[in-house]
Design a protein around this ligand. Structure first.
Ligand SMILES: [Cu+2]
Length: 142
């Protein structure tokens, strides 16, 4: 009986209570980067098109499962989310699930950080994760 209790205790620890998302793999050289803006760009009025570059992978819309593809995510004024789960969708985490490589942004005056994080059909980052450097843009007060 004692052994059974131990086994049950072990199994309980080993079986995760939450479902862990399946991560897609990415080629080692894959890279996402900002074509524009560049780090430190001053953007009068705060409205602009951000343009995303991608190397060694392809774009596929969300929901379309295909090896070495995914879609862009823009992380605005936030740290990178966990890599082993679905990227949240809110004002700090913008999904380009239709497969776009550019997005219109409107930021209030101040300093803002932007970072790209590529993710698969389920919005889960790849393994290894493919993300850009974090850049800062400055929107001057009128
Ligand atoms: Cu997504």
């Amino acid at each position: 009986m004692k052994t059974n209790a131990l086994i049950i205790a072990l199994l309980t620890t080993l079986i995760p209570t939450t479902t862990i998302a399946q991560q897609s793999t990415a080629p080692a050289n894959a890279r996402v980067y900002f074509i524009w803006p560049k780090d430190g760009t001053v953007i009068k009025g705060g409205k602009f098109w951000a343009r995303f570059g991608l190397r060694d992978m392809g774009i596929a819309p969300a929901g379309v499962e295909k090896a070495n593809t995914g879609h862009h995510h823009l992380v605005i004024d936030a740290p990178l989310p966990p890599f082993d789960e679905e990227i949240p969708a809110d004002k700090n985490h913008v999904h380009y699930g239709k497969g776009f490589s550019e997005g219109r942004l409107s930021l209030p005056p101040g300093r803002h950080t932007l970072q790209l994080l590529f993710a698969d059909h389920d919005h889960v980052p790849h393994n290894p994760p493919v993300y850009s450097k974090k850049i800062t843009v400055i929107v001057p007060a009128n």
